[in-house]
Write a protein that binds this ligand. Structure first.
Ligand code: SF4
Length: 373
C-alpha cells in the first residue's frame, strides 16, 4: 500500500479518502516525511519557513452556541467574568499591539446577540482608519452567520460590506471537524452543528475576493476517517475556488488539538492528543491538501518542540507570535513566545525564518529591520 500511494504522490496525483485513512492509521510515522515534503517542496521550494507578527484579540466572550469543547464562553452578561469591549476599547488594544510591531490582528469572539451589524463594520473601518499598516484578520464563519442574521443579509452581502469597510481576509475557525456526525455531537445549537453553513460562508467569502484559512480541531470524539473526510471536503471547496479564479480561496490549513480543561466535553475524552497524532495530521494534511499553498505548524497549541519537528513533516509556516490569546487560556493552556524566539526555533529546525503578512506576502527585509519593536 505504501509503495502504491508513494507512486501516486511522486506523480503529483491526488490520493483518495481510503489512501488518506491508511496513511493516517497504518503507515510508519517516519515514512510520511518524504511524502509530505514532496508536496511541501512543490508549493514552497525555498528553504524558508514563514511566520507573522500578530496578536489574537477577543471582543466578547458572551455566546449562545454552547459548544461543549469550549471553556471561553459565558452565557450571562451579568457574570463578573463576562465582557464585551467597545470599538474604542479594542482600538486601544490594537494601538498597544502596533507599538510592539504587530502587523496582523486576528480577532474572534462569542456569538453575542446584543451586538448590531454596525458594531462589526465599525470595528473594521476604525481599524483601517487608525492603523493602516495593520491587517484586520477578523471573525470566523459562525460570527459571519450571526452578522447575516442581525443584518438580515446574505453571507455574500455581509462580505461585501466587510470588503467595503476594508477587510480582505478571515480566519477559518468554527470548522472543528467537518463532519455532520461530529459537529452535531460537540456543538448543540445552530449555526455550528452542520458543515453546510461553514462551507457556504467560506464559499461566499471566496466569491467576493476574500482569502481565508481552513482549520481543524481534532482529538475529541472524532475517528480517523472523520479527519480525512474533513480534509477531502476542504480540498473540494478549494478546487471550486481555484476554478472560479483569484488563485483559490484558502491560503493555509491549520490543525490543532482539543484542550479539555474546563470544558463540558472533557468527560467524553480520556486523554488529550499527543505529538505523534499531530505530526501524522500535519504530514497527511500536506499530502491530501494538494491544492492549498501552506500548512501551518503550531508552536502554540502543540508545544514549541513539537511545532519545530512539524516543520520536517511538511509544514512551511510557523503561525504567529499571538501576543494575546484567551480562548485556549480559558481551557488551562498557557504558552507564550517572542518574535526572536520564533526566529530561533525556525533556524534551529534548519530553515530560514521569514516574516510574512496575513496574505503570505513576504515582508521586505529592510522593512523588517526598520519595524518598531
Ligand atoms: S467555540 Fe465560539 S461559538 Fe462555540 S461556544 Fe465557544 S465562543 Fe461560542
Amino acid at each position: 500500500m505504501l509503495s502504491k500511494i508513494s507512486k501516486k504522490i511522486f506523480n503529483s496525483e491526488r490520493i483518495s479518502i481510503e489512501e488518506g485513512i491508511w496513511l493516517l492509521k497504518e503507515s510508519e510515522l517516519l515514512d510520511l516525511i518524504p511524502l509530505a515534503n514532496y508536496w511541501r517542496t512543490k508549493h514552497n521550494p525555498k528553504n524558508n519557513v514563514t511566520y507573522v507578527v500578530d496578536t489574537n484579540l477577543n471582543y466578547t466572550n458572551i455566546c449562545d452556541a454552547y459548544c461543549s469543547f469550549c471553556a471561553f464562553y459565558r452565557t450571562d452578561e451579568n457574570d463578573p467574568s463576562a465582557y464585551t469591549y467597545t470599538v474604542d476599547q479594542i482600538m486601544d488594544k490594537i494601538s498597544r499591539a502596533e507599538k510592539n510591531g504587530v502587523r496582523t490582528v486576528l480577532m474572534q469572539g462569542g456569538l453575542n446577540s446584543n451586538l448590531s451589524f454596525d458594531y462589526y463594520i465599525d470595528m473594521v473601518k476604525e481599524t483601517k482608519k487608525r492603523f493602516p499598516n495593520i491587517t484586520p484578520h477578523f471573525w470566523s464563519a459562525p460570527e459571519i452567520i450571526r452578522m447575516s442574521e442581525v443584518g438580515e443579509m446574505s453571507y455574500k452581502e455581509v462580505f461585501k460590506s466587510l470588503w467595503d469597510a476594508g477587510q480582505r481576509s478571515m480566519p477559518g475557525g468554527g470548522s472543528e471537524i467537518l463532519s455532520n456526525e461530529v459537529k452535531s455531537e460537540i456543538s448543540r445549537f445552530k449555526p455550528k452543528n452542520t458543515i453546510d453553513q461553514w462551507t457556504e460562508v467560506h464559499r461566499a467569502a471566496h466569491s467576493v475576493g476574500f482569502k481565508t484559512t481552513a482549520t481543524m480541531m481534532y482529538g475529541h470524539v472524532e475517528k480517523m476517517h472523520h479527519v480525512i473526510e474533513s480534509l477531502d471536503h476542504i480540498r473540494l471547496v478549494q478546487d471550486d475556488a481555484l476554478q472560479n479564479g483569484n488563485n483559490g480561496g484558502f491560503t493555509a490549513f491549520i490543525p490543532w488539538s482539543y484542550k479539555k480543561d474546563n470544558t463540558a466535553l472533557a468527560k467524553k475524552v480520556s486523554q488529550e492528543s499527543g505529538p505523534n497524532e499531530y505530526l501524522r495530521i500535519i504530514a497527511v494534511s500536506r499530502i491530501m491538501l494538494d491544492n492549498i499553498p501552506h500548512i501551518q505548524a503550531s508552536w502554540f497549541s502543540e508545544g514549541k518542540k513539537t511545532g519545530q519537528i512539524a516543520l520536517r513533516f511538511g509544514a512551511d509556516d510557523f503561525g504567529g507570535t499571538l501576543f494575546d490569546e484567551n480562548v485556549m487560556l480559558a481551557a488551562g493552556f498557557y504558552n507564550r513566545t517572542t518574535e526572536d524566539e520564533i526566529k530561533d526555533m525556525i533556524s534551529e529546525a534548519g530553515f530560514i525564518p521569514t516574516e510574512r503578512l496575513t496574505n503570505y506576502e513576504i515582508v521586505p527585509k529592510k522593512e523588517t529591520e526598520n519595524a518598531i519593536r
